[in-house]
Design a protein around this ligand. Structure first.
Ligand code: ZN
Length: 193
């Protein structure tokens, strides 16, 4: 009990920024197998993750839901501006991957330079859900990663264009498992576990 309270107390020192990578105006990739857009998955993942992190004691800020009036990339710019304005300690954006051929599969986490350490921990946890390990990447062309001032990561747990990955993504419990994986990685990152 005391241990639990202590953890909660430690977590309350950190402000975690969580953003879903898409909006109704910019729904992202389309999943042929489930006939749903990426948006419907990442929006739910983002809300669930925020809920879990708050329950655990973390402070959470989210620029979601993004305004439907803003088109991409205006909503992305707005999200990044708000995350910086709130001076989040780390910023996470949630996506699912997609490719033109069905054989691309696996989980990866993208990071800016400051975010590599956290990205490595998140990647370690999310591959345990059964995804192929595509590793941590530092792309140079991502507005979110370039413009967030602190550590920033983009999680891409699986391809919605891959049958194998979709089987994991639509499994009952996937959302919870994903959120717990990210929360556990954040605990490790902050030296709480
Ligand atoms: Zn996306």
């Amino acid at each position: 009990m005391v241990k639990q309270l202590l953890k909660k107390y430690k977590r309350s020192e950190f402000l975690i920024g969580v953003s879903s990578g898409h909006s109704k105006e910019d729904p992202g990739a389309y999943c042929d197998a489930t006939e749903k857009y990426e948006y419907s998955y990442v929006e739910e993942l983002s809300f669930k993750l925020q809920e879990l992190l708050r329950e655990l004691g973390y402070k959470v800020y989210s620029p979601d839901p993004v305004s439907d009036e803003l088109s991409y990339p205006d909503h992305l710019k707005r999200s990044v501006d708000l995350l910086n304005l709130h001076e989040v300690d780390v910023a996470l954006e949630i996506h699912l991957n997609s490719w033109s051929t069905p054989n691309a599969s696996g989980a990866e986490v993208l990071a800016n330079e400051k975010g590599v350490e956290l990205a490595t921990l998140v990647q370690e946890e999310i591959v345990k859900m059964g995804f192929r390990d595509r590793g941590v990447k530092q792309p140079k062309n991502k507005y979110f990663l370039n413009k967030v001032e602190g550590p920033a990561i983009i999680t891409e747990p699986g391809f919605i264009s891959s049958e194998k990955d979709v089987a994991i993504i639509i499994k009952e419990g996937f959302q919870n498992e994903f959120c717990v994986s990210v929360a556990f990685a954040l605990d490790r990152y902050h030296g709480i576990v």
